[in-house]
Write a protein that binds this ligand. Structure first.
Ligand code: UD1
Length: 425
């Protein structure tokens, strides 16, 4: 497995342009299956999960290619609605294809999805929503088969505002008969992006960004050209890294409105942040102040996908910070690794108590999942000495060559491949 080697202690400085949002691109690629023809999706990040989605689309009979940041996708030739198990296991987002394939073919066969090991990650809300629209669902062991002669709009109240379930139900409802209303819908910006994309294709969806989404079924969708929103989690990761290294960084092609809670927490820690249209400037010249309490929960609250990175940063703060994780129960795997770098963190159930230390020290650590890996890279950039982050492939699921992004900002970070025992350019 590949590893990242980081020489810490260099303040990040310079400008970087943020790539498109993985979590918007994945459901949008899945939704494109509902309109037969040629789509052009721009600002798509070159990430492992995107490549898995493209492989799945090809396995279903589509022609799909990523060139630069643009996906060209021809969906008319799709003939299958059976997602190969091996691909399904590689990425949880393969579940997004359930709604679109059911809407287009009237049946779909999938398997329990894989993904980062950060909690139980059930799909009961997805299935409940599709059943409410009229799908018959058979679960045999790992295999899930859904059938529906015709989907019919209805009212669906989610027990929890799940991002994936909201998106899957939205997509399935677009071609259903009549009106579907989703109550307690997730409000993440990626759901608004999906609504824009669906409506560009001819759908009639309103309310994304609020907790009530209404979908009036239409008969047909047509393919479109579309541009994905910037990745707010990559933006947040770079903001936190800039602050942790006491750097001075300008982030371009961002959407500041998607990061309100993160900006608020960083400002409380004493970080200077200036916002201007699609640019965020971050600088920090002194030791951060502890932040008394951060609670992760669905948007617009503090995102669980930035919890680990924020923990790396606050482990260096002056005073005691508390971080409570309420979204995923298994999302503190980075704590042991940060502790090995000198952090003073105690975990009690879903709360982490951080007594800030003046310095972290480089050592060998392991990325256990995508965002935990990003947190360890931040810790390594801020630490004294050399940090080796093993299992770097996890990080590639969400950051388009993280070593290149931080390299642009002056960091000393290199990737090594164990097969060739050499530096990867
Ligand atoms: C999406 C994001 C992920 C982010 C998460 C929360 C994508 C591709 N991924 O994941 O990066 O961390 O939102 O912001 O967009 N749950 C159930 N039953 C379900 C569905 C979810 O119990 O059917 C639970 C999950 O176990 C979890 C919580 O709900 O505890 C949130 O999950 P959800 O919002 O669905 O996250 P994802 O869509 O998987």
């Amino acid at each position: 497995m590949e590893k990242l080697v980081i020489e810490g202690g260099i303040p990040l400085s310079g400008k970087v342009r943020i790539h498109g949002a993985k979590n918007a691109a994945l459901p949008i690629l899945a939704a494109s299956m509902m309109a037969e023809g040629v789509h052009r999706i721009e600002n798509v990040p070159d990430l492992l999960d995107i490549h898995v989605m493209l492989r799945i689309l090809r396995a279903l009979g589509c022609k799909a290619e990523l060139k630069g940041d643009t996906v060209s996708l021809e969906t008319a030739s799709a003939y299958s609605s059976h997602i190969p198990e091996e691909l399904m296991r590689q990425m949880r987002s393969s579940i997004f294809l359930m709604g679109p394939l059911l809407a287009r073919f009237g049946h779909v066969q999938v398997y329990q999805p894989g993904g980062c090991a950060i909690g139980e990650r059930k799909i009961d809300l997805h299935l409940k929503g599709l059943r409410a629209l009229g799908a018959e669902i058979e679960e045999t062991g790992n295999t899930i088969v859904c059938r529906a002669e015709c989907l019919v709009g209805t009212d669906i109240a989610l027990d929890y505002p799940s991002v994936g379930a909201t998106e899957n139900i939205m997509m399935a409802a677009v071609l259903a008969e009549g009106v579907t209303t989703i109550y307690n819908a997730a409000r993440e910006p990626e759901i608004q992006d999906l609504q824009h994309f669906l409506n560009e294709m001819g759908a009639n969806v309103t309310g994304a960004g609020t907790d009530v989404i209404t979908i009036e079924g239409v008969k047909r969708l047509t393919p479109v050209a579309y541009r994905i929103i910037p990745d707010r989690i990559v933006t947040g990761t770079l903001m936190i890294a800039a602050a942790a290294t006491k750097g001075n960084v300008v982030l371009e092609n961002v959407c500041p409105a998607h990061l309100t809670s993160v900006i608020h927490v960083l400002r409380r820690a004493g970080v200077q942040i200036a916002v201007n249209d699609d640019i965020i400037k971050v600088s920090c010249s002194s030791r951060p102040k502890a932040v008394e309490r951060i609670i992760t929960s669905p948007h617009p609250s503090f995102p669980t996908d930035l919890q680990a990175q924020m923990m790396a940063f606050l482990s260096l703060a002056d005073g005691m910070s508390i971080i409570k994780e309420t979204v995923f129960e298994g999302r503190f795997k980075h704590v042991d690794e940060l502790t090995r770098m000198g952090a003073d963190i105690r975990v009690d159930q879903n709360c982490a108590f951080l007594r800030g230390v003046p310095h972290l020290y480089g050592t060998t650590v392991e990325a256990t999942d995508l965002r935990a890996g990003a947190a360890l890279v931040i810790a390594g950039l801020a630490a004294r000495g050399t940090t080796i982050v093993e299992q770097a492939h996890h990080i590639d699921r969400g950051y388009d060559r993280i070593e290149r992004i931080f390299g642009w900002l002056g960091a000393k970070i290199e990737r090594y491949s164990p097969i060739r025992q050499m530096k990867v350019p």
